[in-house]
Design a binder for this molecule. Structure first.
Ligand code: FEO
Length: 395
């Protein structure tokens, strides 16, 4: 399968309809994904990125059906992560002398992954590669989201090849942004940002402003996953600027785990209290051990405050909650408030532990938390309700 993006610019990647987990088991991809590769033909021919390793042979065979591989003049490796570089060994086995254009860090990563000494050509921001009438202009984009990442701009067609930035994990037979369900597109785009790019928000803002300042026309943005932004392509860049600016909505998310439903009851009573005080705020509840962790992280991203609840077990917290905290800590969310709650039977450390983790993760603690011994009775449920009201008043 291939399709045209502009005259002599074609998508030649792979749509992965089956993918349900990405980055090992770390990231859920409910809607599959795609590994986008682009073939740009002018007097010279450039191939931009490849696909994930399991599809390497299929990809290169298909590519060979589109073009004599020896007619590819330049191989562009924007990013060494294996979902984009995985077919390079198979491709370079067939055209071993062709130059591979990447950043200096790209050489390190590609050599680290494949232990091959390909004909690497290191490029830096501002370097240009003439294809004939058109040029590829390279822009290094370190930490968007790896040190090696780069993007490029194709003059003439005014296409920005943005690699992971602006991507979404979507498999679709409609590979343009104006052809897919908009709510699904933006759900996946924000999930992608929340789970992958949040820690690099400063770099996101800096790089987008740098590219915008060049005042170049942009007819399309081609990320390396999901659909191509051709209808109002800069809308996703503007969304990224919004998301990178310590994004939050008027939402409070309550995330808990529970053994015998005591902590769940507290969560629901706190939610009622919040709504009693502030009916405009969106309150969402998730049992973390029964929810998709990446979807919950996306809700954390959208929240102005979160409440974490766990009963005490073995002087600690339940393991699904520990896993969430680890993920949230790594993502370095900013400008969010938080508090903790939980049931206990005797030692009762969970609320203190949760509070400490939240502080370490960069959340501003609103209070010392709410504890309830054994199963919450009427008094504890009222206390949780009032606690919710008090929280809402402080947010
Ligand atoms: Fe889509 Fe960072 O690889």
């Amino acid at each position: 399968m291939k399709f045209e993006i502009a005259l002599n610019v074609h998508w030649v990647g792979k749509i992965d309809w089956e993918l349900r987990k990405f980055h090992g088991e770390e990231y859920s991809t409910h809607r599959g994904s795609s590994y986008n590769s682009f073939l740009v033909k002018d007097e010279k021919v450039a191939l931009i990125d490849t696909v994930w390793l399991p599809f390497a042979k299929e990809f290169v065979d298909n590519l060979a059906g589109e073009i004599d591989l020896n007619k590819i003049d330049f191989v562009i490796a924007n990013h060494a992560e294996m979902d984009h570089s995985g077919a390079l060994p198979e491709l370079m086995r067939r055209i071993p002398d062709k130059p591979v254009y990447c950043t200096a860090n790209g050489v390190k990563s590609l050599k680290g992954h494949y232990h091959q000494d390909w004909n690497f050509q290191v490029v830096k921001t501002g370097d240009k590669l003439s294809l004939g009438k058109k040029e590829l202009v390279f822009i290094e984009a370190p930490m968007l989201h790896w040190p090696d990442t780069m993007i490029e701009y194709l003059t003439g067609d005014a296409i920005l090849f943005s690699n992971d930035a602006f991507g979404q994990h979507i498999a679709s037979e409609h590979m343009f942004n104006d052809l897919v369900v908009q709510s699904e597109l933006f759900d996946e785009a924000i999930k992608y940002y929340a789970n992958i790019l949040t820690p690099f928000s400063l770099m996101v803002t800096r790089k987008i402003n740098e590219v915008v300042a060049l005042n170049l026309p942009v007819n399309a943005i081609c990320p390396s996953h999901g659909v191509i932004w051709r209808d109002n392509p800069l809308q996703i860049a503007h969304k990224y600027l919004e998301w990178a600016a310590d994004y939050q909505e008027n939402q409070i998310t309550i995330i808990y785990d529970t053994m015998w439903n005591g902590t769940r009851k507290l969560a629901e009573s706190i939610a009622k209290g919040i709504k009693e005080k502030d009916d405009a705020v969106t309150v969402k509840l998730y049992n973390i051990s029964r929810s998709d962790i990446n979807d919950v992280v996306t809700e954390v991203f959208k929240s102005k405050a979160i409440l974490l609840g766990s009963p005490t077990i073995n002087k600690g917290i339940l393991c699904a909650m520990a896993s969430l905290i680890d993920m949230v800590t790594g993502l370095k969310f900013k400008n969010k408030k938080a508090a903790a709650f939980g049931c206990y039977g005797w030692s009762g450390e969970s609320v203190k532990i949760l509070s400490e983790h939240l502080t370490k993760a960069g959340f501003e603690l609103v209070n010392d938390g709410l504890k309830a011994m054994w199963q919450p009775g009427d008094a504890e449920m009222t206390q949780a309700f009032e606690y919710g009201k008090e929280m809402a008043g402080k947010l």
